[in-house]
Design a protein around this ligand. Sequence first.
Ligand code: CA
Length: 129
Amino acid sequence: MNNRIKLEIILSVLLAGMIGLAYFVTTSKDRTHPVITFTEDPVYYEGDGNDVLLTGVQASDDIDGDVTASVVVDHIVESADGASITVYYAAKDNSNNVVKSSRVVVVHKAETPPVAPAPQLPEQNPDEE
Ligand SMILES: [Ca+2]
């Protein structure tokens, strides 16, 4: 066997190994985004923070499992009458596959404290000094 043939065999084996490695790397990478599920509707009052809007939002991933901690409020669109908002959420897995989902949340008007009757001030007589 001459050196040229040996070299060709070595190069062929190396090339096959590289193709196999590339195939392994590309197919083992997580390319599936997580799934956002809504388990419970938040009770949202005007002016409440995003923490309230994150109530009842869960995200799970095929590889990474529970990725609820990655869920963020992406943006909010208010309805024309202000009675509800559409909240857009984003979540991602450890391979940065991002998913977005939205739900409509009812906006409760901020509760105004009941108006207390004005305290009865003792009548003062301006002549009395
Ligand atoms: Ca995934």
